[in-house]
Design a protein around this ligand. Sequence first.
Ligand SMILES: NC(=O)C1=CN([C@@H]2O[C@H](COP(=O)(O)OP(=O)(O)OC[C@H]3O[C@@H](n4cnc5c(N)ncnc54)[C@H](O)[C@@H]3O)[C@@H](O)[C@H]2O)C=CC1
Ligand SMILES: O=C(O)C(=O)Cc1ccc(O)cc1
Length: 307
Amino acid sequence: MVATSANEQLKKVVIIGVGLIGGSFALALKKNSAAIHLVGLERSAASLERALVLGIIDEASTDIASALQGADLVVISAPVAQTEVILSAIYPHLEAHTIVTDTGSTKADVEVSARKALQDKIGQFVPAHPIAGRESNGPDAAIASLYQAKKLVITALPENAQSAIDLVATTWQRCGAVPHYLTPSQHDHVFAAVSHLPHLLAYALVDQITEQPQAELRFQYAASGFRDFTRIAGSSPEMWRDISLANRAALLDELTHYQAQLQRVANALKQSDGAELLAIFSNAQAARRRWIQAIESAEQPPKEGGD
Ligand SMILES: NC(=O)C1=CN([C@@H]2O[C@H](COP(=O)(O)OP(=O)(O)OC[C@H]3O[C@@H](n4cnc5c(N)ncnc54)[C@H](O)[C@@H]3O)[C@@H](O)[C@H]2O)C=CC1
Ligand SMILES: O=C(O)C(=O)Cc1ccc(O)cc1
């Protein structure tokens, strides 16, 4: 367990958006630091009530001013398009010692939103993204073990004091996560390729099948390969609309590369070029094996239901 002087001082933590990610953070923190008072704020009254009933939070608040009073840390875990409106509501009540962080899957847009909303208080905001999740959402999907041995990417701002960055890093370490550091641009390009594009493809494939003749018959015979490929199409549409729009430039680049690759596959099929297909499939199989080995030595293996 990581214990720093900064973390020993954490007494009150506010979570804005108590769904899968905020709820799992709260459960993990509670498990390792029972003394921390956890306050939840929500757009959905039903989710707020549910988070209280499930013991995810100690207090359900509907008043941002009193929620922020004496808060050491505020964690925003709502869809990324909500960042500016939430930070604007926080701004007038933000005490000088309070640090604010987020969990958004995109980082350049979050920084732009934060700068607009927080102005002179921007140094108090430390952007972050836990690289762990699953396709279920809402407080009922939250689990304390979600972040165990998983990465937490921090895209620190030049205005952040080292103590603010350390507070965010050590709090997530308490939840089991391993801090990593990237620039917002590095972050958004990497995740466009390995997270945002796969989600887009999964949604597009399932949607496309619903529009085909005999869609029901096709779904009836779909097996585990289809289930694996499309698991992430079960994720929150609002969240993925926001991510896709927020990172659309990098995502469009990745889509262009992918379209070129599909064209390569289509050409090989048209020409019955088995050697070309074998080269693509063999390279992909070897690269995936190397990736699985690397991940398994650093983290718990990816498993059904998300990682
Ligand atoms: N689902 C995943 O696997 C991962 C998601 N993320 C990011 O974490 C954030 C939260 O995602 P999830 O927890 O999965 O979604 P979720 O849908 O489970 O929870 C989000 C919660 O935010 C609430 N909310 C929305 N707008 C709000 C507002 N203006 N004020 C207060 N509450 C508001 C919703 O009512 C909902 O309960 C998103 O930004 C997402 O990009 C990051 C890593 C993984
Ligand atoms: O469901 C899955 O496997 C995911 O890919 C989870 C996930 C979703 C969004 C993120 O920003 C990070 C992780």
